[in-house]
Design a protein around this ligand. Structure first.
Ligand code: NAI
Length: 329
């Protein structure tokens, strides 16, 4: 099995090389370039390609991969909203993903964002470095005994719910399927009730037609004044222009975003020398109560090892003709 890895960084190469030890049947090549229609032809002669969350795996890419003889698409991530599933089915390319490499990694980052914007850690860090030991503008709120609203209670949402419960918060949740693991301490409510009752809202559902722009002017209006909103799921769950309008209207105590609509060209790139034109991200960053990180929720040592391990298990499943819940159809 020959696998071409797209968009790899040092840490990908290290974690996969470690897991590949003792697997002589798998030959890999790591590329820095991203998978897209124009780069897909590099896969000529490979059985499989491995791509990450922001690859452009549209019909154009898939048809080129098919022409190159690729039969397997390995996503080293959970989300697959960037893949044209119909095109893959038409071309007979099977797709596997890594659905739950470390839910705690993402959930802990969601809580880190919530705490940072609540206690203004991003500002406090800079102030103290400048010998400014005053407390002005750093006042936060206790999470203890406040209400956390978890939207989407799959693996990551459930981990976030447990963390919030550990903080002594009342946990309410909204999902199209209820998770029995949370019944001991969380209460399922309708989305509108969650929006109205929560002091902290954390988004953990996938991006689909029904969740696209679920946070918009109307849903923001239903939220409590002074709410903290955290999104570590997918940028397009939130309509950015409406969020900016809500921030300007002083609706939010804080906003923590690990994902945002414009992130595509930014993710994992150093663009510090560039002048970013037409950037709503820059507008978001101009607000003192907004903190943005660049899709790093998954980025822990444990998660990277688990991603590599599961991706290689997916290769074995494919090779031995087996079935797996990791397959995306
Ligand atoms: P999961 O599949 O275990 O859980 C998703 C939950 O969302 C399910 O319980 C599902 O029923 C629910 N859901 C689906 N449609 C919904 C709707 N319309 N309204 C409310 N709930 C709905 O997925 P997991 O592993 O918990 O991941 C959640 C999301 O986190 C992923 O889709 C991905 O977008 C994001 N993610 C972000 C990472 C990061 O680094 N920031 C890393 C990994 C995942």
């Amino acid at each position: 099995m020959k696998i071409l890895f797209f968009d790899t960084k040092n840490y990908d190469r290290e974690s996969f090389t470690r897991e590949l030890t003792g697997q002589p049947g798998i030959e890999v090549k790591f590329l820095k370039t991203e998978l897209a229609p124009v780069t897909a032809r590099l896969a000529q002669g490979y059985d499989a390609v491995c791509a990450f969350v922001n690859a452009d795996i549209s019909r154009g890419t898939i048809e080129v991969l098919h022409g190159c003889g690729v039969r397997l698409l390995l996503l080293r991530c959970a989300g697959f909203n960037n893949v044209d599933l119909d095109a893959a089915a038409d071309c007979g390319i099977r797709i596997f993903r890594v659905p739950g490499y470390s839910p705690e990694a993402v959930a802990e980052h969601a809580m880190a964002l919530a705490l940072s914007v609540n206690r203004h850690l991003h500002k406090a860090y800079v102030k103290v470095r400048e010998n400014d030991f005053s407390l002005g503008s750093l006042m936060g709120i206790n999470f203890h005994q406040k209400t956390a609203g978890i939207v989407g209670t799959g693996k990551i949402g459930a981990a976030m719910a447990r963390i919030c419960h550990g903080f002594g918060m009342k946990v309410i949740a909204y999902d199209v399927h209820q998770n029995p693991e949370l019944m001991d301490f969380a209460t399922y409510v309708e989305l509108d009730e969650l929006l109205a009752a929560s002091d902290l809202i954390s988004l953990h559902c996938p991006l689909t037609d029904s969740t696209y722009h679920m946070i918009n002017t109307e849903s923001i209006r239903k939220m409590k004044d002074g709410v903290i909103l955290v999104n570590t799921s997918r940028g397009a769950l939130v309509k950015t222009d409406d969020l900016i309008e809500g921030i300007r209207a002083h609706k939010f105590f804080g906003v923590g975003l690990d994902v945002y609509e414009e992130e595509g060209p930014n993710v994992f790139e150093d663009r510090s020398d560039e002048i970013l034109e037409h950037s709503v991200t820059a507008r978001l960053l101009s607000f003192p109560n907004v903190m943005i990180t660049s899709h790093q929720g998954f980025f822990t040592r444990e998660a990277l090892s688990a991603i590599a391990r599961t991706t290689l298990e997916n290769v074995h499943t494919f090779e031995h003709g087996g079935s797996s819940p990791n397959e995306v159809k």
